[in-house]
Design a protein around this ligand. Structure first.
Ligand code: FAD
Length: 622
């Protein structure tokens, strides 16, 4: 296989098998047909196809982009995407995590997510077609009428037919409740849909024979706002009873966006019912659209979190490789003697950038896979374990979605910095990664909306603040396990950080009790960043408590000359030494920023809430 320029597969295996111990899942009935070997071979195959088939298509996709033909109203995706998708589907990856009853493989969510990390790292523009399809498939499986399940599900799970998510309208972005798309019930129980949707990823394309659109709309006469929303299955083509494609439904693509990144992915404006004949099938009950979407949200948000992690991982891997090969200046250790040209990786400032990127990527990977693992436990284990897993998952979702995607933008920017001027040029891959990463903080609920979800629904309005108590409990378990294996300074720093978070939650609860929501919202994003840092410190402490003893076993010491010498000869020593340094860097330097940040949340400063429109426009008018 070609060298993997995208993901540290050894680190992925570390998270899956040494930290999370996913093999344990095979003891549950649901996953009893699998074993570790099957997980490993699935990951190997994913890595191979991602690196050899999908990754080469990514750059081509960026250069060619998706194209719209106004005459036919058809959309063409880059040819390379079609070839890669055929291979992806042949390998059975679309249905990997889905129900065997409908043709899926039924693998644990944790393994499915790890597989998807490879593909997102290879190309976000290509792989979002898959995540949208999987999301739509789950909606059809859980909520569509039986007749539609029989007609559409197997084709969707095999990847022959595609799927989308149609929420956004010109006046309904973050405020989904403002949507205007209308549904009128027909005598046969179907609905006629009319309205405009915008920004619909893969809304029209030639990757799939048919496209199944879950569409949010309001049934005529239903109340305004989110309460009156229902969800409909609207196929591009109807399916014949024998499973072949039938007649075309009344919906067209009226254009696609010209974007900063993910150019191979068509972002479509769709018009439903221009001829009064767009038929939709109700999923779930009337006015249950938002309830149903909420059930799907964790999945969709974890998807985007993974996109952030994967792009950051790819940017870091590229930067590390580049830094080892680019010779510029002399290494400081050579100063004084005869200057020896050095690869830039020898310069302390470049090492700092790389270690910062590495420590962010590793923490994101561990936290995101922990969230996926919590999904598996929630569905497979019973009792208290499942209850806690659900609470932890709910709490981690906005942290992973907003945290990973904010970091993706920062990590890709740092990768450009490592490359110097070359990084800014299109001949090198990192500028595309930066452009592709920016959308991630915007779609699937902007990161501002994620932060409000975290601080309100998941924290302050959560009965008994249960989610947060589970999160803390798990951190304290890690602190206990780390004792003896890890420097106590790191342990007490994380302990202190949790106490400060407790104080902050108490302060925010007072704002809540006083009904001063504006003060809470003004602090939501900063608090979300604090939670991300605390969660990442937790991950690094956990990793350190596993890696330090392993390094000790191999090299006899965890710092100094011995592990450095061992790392030069033994790839396993190099891996654990790298992990130890990454965690020490995070806990010993990066995490210091947490304390300043959380003080800013606790501060009584009211400048944000006191600011009003004219404060901003006044400056422009002066
Ligand atoms: C490339 C791309 C692909 C997309 N794919 C899809 C798709 O497949 N399906 C789909 O349905 N949609 C899709 N979208 C739409 C995307 O989800 C929306 O753009 C997003 O929800 C934000 O809505 P908006 O753009 O209208 O921004 P706005 O809602 O106008 O937000 C603008 C700013 O105001 C902030 N803001 C808004 N309301 C509040 C509030 N109440 N409190 C605090 N801050 C607030 C936001 O955080 C943001 O910073 C896609 C968009 C793009 C660009």
């Amino acid at each position: 296989m070609a060298a993997n320029p995208l993901i540290d597969s050894r680190d992925m295996r570390f998270v899956l098998f040494e930290a999370l111990q996913v093999d344990r899942l095979t003891s549950f009935e649901t996953f009893s047909m699998f074993d570790r070997e099957m997980f490993e071979s699935t990951l190997d195959l994913a890595e191979k196809i991602a690196v050899e088939r999908v990754y080469p298509a990514n750059r081509a996709g960026d250069r060619t982009g998706a194209r719209y033909d106004p005459a036919t109203k058809n959309v063409t995706v880059p040819e390379e995407f079609k070839q890669a998708m055929a291979i992806f589907n042949e390998a059975g990856f679309t249905g990997l995590g889905n129900d065997p009853e409908w043709g899926g493989t039924g693998m644990p969510e944790t393994v499915y997510r790890a597989v998807m990390e490879y593909f997102f790292a290879a190309s976000v523009a290509f792989t979002i077609n898959v995540s949208l399809l999987v999301g739509a498939t789950n909606l059809v499986k859980n909520f569509a009428p039986d007749e539609q399940k029989k007609l559409y599900l197997e084709k969707m799970m095999s990847g022959a037919w595609g799927g989308t998510m149609c929420l956004t309208e010109p006046d309904a972005g973050s405020d989904v409740g403002a949507l205007k798309t209308k549904a009128v019930k027909q005598a046969d129980g179907t609905y006629l849909i009319t309205g405009q949707k915008i920004f619909i990823s893969a809304g029209e394309n030639d990757l799939y024979e048919d496209i199944i659109h879950p569409v949010l709309a309001r049934i005529e006469g239903d109340p305004p706002g989110t309460k009156g929303i229902s969800i409909f299955l609207v196929p591009k083509y109807f399916a014949n009873p024998d499973g072949t494609l039938g007649t075309r439904n009344d919906l067209v693509c009226t254009g696609i966006e010209h974007k900063m990144g993910i150019k191979g992915s068509p972002t479509c404006a769709l018009s439903f019912g221009d001829n009064g004949a767009c038929v939709g099938y109700l999923m779930g009950g009337e006015r249950e659209g938002m309830k149903i979407m909420f059930q799907m949200m964790n999945e969709a948000r974890l998807d985007v979190a993974q996109q952030g992690l994967a792009v950051a991982s790819s940017a870091y891997s590229h930067a590390a490789t580049y830094a080892k090969n680019r010779v510029q200046g002399a290494a400081p250790s050579e100063k004084g003697g005869k200057p020896v040209p050095a690869a830039i990786v020898k310069h302390p400032d470049v090492k700092r950038m790389l270690l910062w990127m590495k420590s962010q990527v590793e923490a994101m990977r561990m936290l995101t896979l922990l969230a996926a693992y919590s999904t598996d436990i929630m569905h497979s284990a019973g009792g208290e374990e499942a209850k806690e897993a659900r609470a932890l998952l709910d709490f981690l979702i906005p942290i992973c979605k907003a945290g990973n995607t904010d970091l993706a933008w920062l990590v890709t920017a740092e990768a450009i910095q490592v490359y110097g001027g070359y990084g800014y040029c299109a001949d090198y891959p990192v500028e595309q990664l930066a452009r592709d990463s920016k959308i991630l903080s915007l779609y699937e609920g902007t990161n501002g909306i994620q932060s409000m979800d975290l601080v309100m629904r998941k924290l302050l309005m959560n009965p008994g603040i249960y989610n947060y108590s589970v999160f803390k409990k798990r951190i304290f378990e890690t602190l206990e396990r780390a004792r003896g294996a890890v420097d106590t300074a790191y342990i007490s720093e994380v302990d202190r950080a949790v106490r400060m978070m407790d104080e902050t939650v108490a302060i925010l609860s007072k704002y809540r009790d006083a009904g001063d929501m504006e003060e809470i919202f003004a602090r939501a994003t900063t608090l979300q960043q604090c939670f991300r840092m605390l969660a990442h410190a937790w991950m690094h402490l956990w990793a350190l408590s596993l890696c330090a003893p392993r390094l000790m076993e191999i090299a006899g010491e965890i710092s100094g000359e011995k592990p450095a010498a061992a790392a030069k000869e033994n790839p396993e020593a190099a891996f654990y030494y790298g992990k130890v340094l990454s965690s020490k860097y995070y806990l010993g330097t990066e995490f210091k920023k947490y304390f300043g940040l959380i003080e800013s949340v606790m501060s009584g400063e009211r400048a944000v809430t006191e600011a009003f429109d004219d404060v901003f426009t006044g400056v422009l008018e002066a």
